[in-house]
Design a protein around this ligand. Structure first.
Ligand code: BES
Ligand code: ZN
Ligand code: ZN
Length: 500
C-alpha cells in the first residue's frame, strides 16, 4: 500500500472509495458535512441511510455515490471538541473499516477531517495514524496477508499548503517508521533477539539509516574493564554476551551552549527472574523487557532523522536474565561501576542493576540531562494501570518538560514522587544499597530511589517506567490490541525536538 498526498481533485474523484468526515450538530439530531465535494453531500442527504446518521464519534456508514463510487462517512463528534487524538482515533477506526474490504484505491478528504485547524497538521496526523494502524508483525506466518489497497491518497484541496504539508509529512514519516521499528524490536522473539543479535540490529540500522551517528559497542571484556559489576551480575547466568550499545548524534550547528541529552534504556531481551524465578504465568511476555531500550532508540532514531538541535547520546544495556550454575545468587553483594556495593536480595529486580551501571557510564559523558526508560516494575501497573507511564526524577523542570511533551503527543504520563523515606529504604545493613525495598509498597518509586544513586551531582535526570504502556494498548485503535505498542516513542521524540 502506497500512501500519497494529492492536491488535484481528480485523485479524489477516481478512487474506488472516498472517505469523508462529518460532525454532530449541537442538539445531536443531525450531522454537518464539511466535504470538499459538495455534490456528494447532496447525494448523501438523499439516501435513506443519512436520516439516522448523526455524526457521533465512532459512528461510520458506507453509501454509494451517484457515479457508483463507494463512500465511507466517518462520525467525528463535536467539531469544537475534536482534536489531534480524536482525529488519530477516527482515522484508525476508518482504516480498520475499509482495509478489510476489497478496494484498490482509497482517497481521504483531509479538509473534512481538519478538526485541528491546520491542514498540514491534519494531513500529518492522518498519515501517522494510517502508518501506526496498518503496522503488522507477521513475519513468522507461512503466508503474509497483503492489503488489497494499492494506493491510499490523502486529498488536500489547498495547493497553497503544499510546502508546509510536505515538511510535516516528512517529519511524521520519520517518526512513524521509528515507532514501528521499536515495535518490531519488542515483538521479536527472545530466542532470535538475544543481546548479541540485538546489538547487531541496532548497529546495522544506525549505519544504514542514521547518517553521521557514531556507534560503539561494548562486550563482556569491555564491561569488565569498565567495572560494570552490576550489569555483569545480571548477565552471569546467560548464554549470551552482554552488550552496551553507545550511539552519539551531533547536530549540524553546535555551540558551547548546545544541550547534551543522554538517553538510557533497559534492554533485557528476556527476564526469567533469575534464581528469584518468575512463576510461568508472569514469565511469559517477558521478551518485552527490552522495551525501554527500544523506546529510547526509536525516539533517538526519529530525532536524528528529523534533525534535532541537541547533542544526543543513546545508551542501550542488553542482556537476558537467565539461570545457570553461574547465575547470581540472592544475597550476593556486588560492586557497581561507581564504587557503591549492592546487596542483591532479589535477582528479579535486575533492570535497575543494568541501568545503574549504564546511568553512571552516561553521566561520565557529562550530559546536561539523562532520561532513562524501562519496563522496570510490576508495581507501576498497580499504581497507574496499564495505560499510564510513570515519570520520576531529581529535576522538576525536566519532569515537567516530559509531561508536557507527553501531553502534546496525546500519551498518558504521570509523575510519582521520590521521598527521603524511600531513599532510606533502599539502604542495606551490610552494603551501601539493596536492590529491593523492605516491603512491596511504593515499588516504582523505590526503584527510582535506587537509580538516583548512580546519577552524578548536577545532572538533571528523569526515569520513565513504561512497564504498563509498552504493550497491549487495546484502548488505542492505532495500536495493535496485543503486542508492542510503541507508546512513549512519540513523547520522547517531541522532547528531543524541543525539550526546554
Ligand atoms: N521486568 C520486570 C518488571 C515487570 C513486571 C514489568 C511485571 C511488567 C510486568 C522487573 O524486572 C521485575 O521483575 N521487577 C520486580 C521487582 C521486585 C522484585 C522488587 C517486580 O516488579 O515484581
Ligand atoms: Zn525482573
Ligand atoms: Zn525486568
Amino acid at each position: 500500500m502506497k500512501v500519497t498526498t494529492e492536491f488535484e481533485q481528480s485523485a479524489f474523484d477516481k478512487a474506488d472509495l472516498k472517505v469523508v468526515a462529518s460532525y454532530e450538530s449541537k442538539d445531536k439530531s443531525s450531522a454537518s458535512h464539511p466535504w470538499s465535494d459538495k455534490a456528494l453531500v447532496k447525494v448523501f442527504k438523499e439516501t435513506k441511510a443519512s436520516e439516522s446518521f448523526t455524526g457521533t464519534e465512532g459512528e461510520h456508514i458506507f453509501f454509494t455515490g451517484d457515479k457508483g463510487e463507494d463512500v465511507l462517512v466517518v462520525g467525528m463528534g463535536n467539531k469544537t471538541k475534536a482534536k489531534d487524538e480524536e482525529l488519530r482515533k477516527a482515522i484508525a477506526n476508518a482504516y480498520k473499516a475499509f482495509s478489510s474490504k476489497k478496494y484498490k484505491t482509497v482517497a481521504i478528504d483531509i479538509a473534512s477531517f481538519n478538526c485541528v485547524s491546520k491542514i498540514a497538521m491534519a494531513t500529518a496526523i492522518t498519515k501517522e495514524s494510517i502508518g501506526l494502524t496498518s503496522y503488522k508483525f507477521d513475519k513468522y506466518f507461512k503466508e503474509q496477508k497483503k492489503s488489497h489497497i494499492k494506493t491510499l491518497s490523502l486529498f488536500v484541496n489547498d495547493k497553497k499548503a503544499k510546502k508546509t504539508i510536505e515538511k510535516a509529512i516528512s517529519e511524521i514519516d520519520n517518526l512513524t517508521s521509528s515507532v514501528n521499528y521499536a515495535r518490531d524490536l519488542v515483538n521479536e522473539a527472545p530466542n532470535v533477539l538475544h543481546s548479541e543479535e540485538y546489538a547487531k540490529r541496532i548497529e546495522k540500522d544506525a549505519k544504514d539509516n542514521l547518517k553521521g551517528v557514531k556507534v560503539k559497542t561494548l562486550g563482556k571484556a569491555e564491561l569488565k574493564k569498565e567495572k560494570m559489576g552490576l550489569f555483569l551480575s545480571v548477565n552471569a547466568g546467560s548464554g549470551y554476551e552482554p552488550k552496551l550499545v553507545h550511539l552519539t548524534y551531533t547536530p549540524k550547528k553546535v555551540t558551547k551552549n548546545t544541550k547534551h541529552i543522554a538517553l538510557v534504556g533497559k534492554g533485557l531481551t528476556f527476564d526469567t527472574g533469575g534464581y528469584s524465578l518468575k512463576p510461568s504465568a508472569s514469565m511469559a511476555g517477558m521478551k518485552f523487557d527490552m522495551g525501554g531500550s527500544a523506546t529510547v532508540y526509536g525516539a533517538f532514531r526519529a530525532a536524528v532523522l528529523n534533525g534535532s538541535p541537541y547533542k544526543i547520546t543513546c545508551i542501550l544495556g542488553m542482556t537476558d536474565n537467565a539461570v545457570n550454575e553461574l547465575a547470581t545468587m540472592p544475597d550476593s553483594i556486588v560492586k557497581a561501576r561507581n564504587g557503591l556495593t549492592v546487596e542483591i536480595l532479589n535477582t528479579d529486580a535486575e533492570g535497575r542493576l543494568v541501568l545503574a551501571d549504564c546511568l553512571d557510564y552516561a553521566c561520565d559523558l557529562k550530559p546536561n540531562t539523562v532520561i532513562n526508560a524501562a519496563t522496570l516494575t510490576g508495581a507501576c501497573l498497580v499504581a497507574l494501570g496499564t495505560e499510564v507511564c510513570a515519570v520520576l526524577g531529581n529535576h522538576d523542570k525536566t519532569v515537567k518538560s516530559l509531561l508536557s511533551s507527553a501531553k502534546q503527543s496525546d500519551e498518558y504520563m504521570w509523575q510519582l514522587p521520590i521521598i527521603p523515606e524511600w531513599r532510606k529504604d533502599m539502604k542495606s545493613n551490610i552494603a551501601d544499597l539493596k536492590n529491593i525495598g523492605s516491603n512491596r509498597f511504593g515499588g516504582t518509586a523505590k526503584a527510582a530511589a535506587f537509580l538516583e544513586n548512580f546519577i552524578h551531582e548536577g545532572v538533571e535526570w528523569a526515569h520513565l517506567d513504561i512497564a504498563g504502556v509498552c504493550d497491549s494498548q487495546s484502548h488505542l485503535p492505532y495500536c495493535p490490541s496485543k503486542g508492542a505498542s510503541g507508546v512513549i516513542v512519540r513523547s520522547l521524540h517531541r522532547y528531543l525536538m524541543n525539550g526546554k
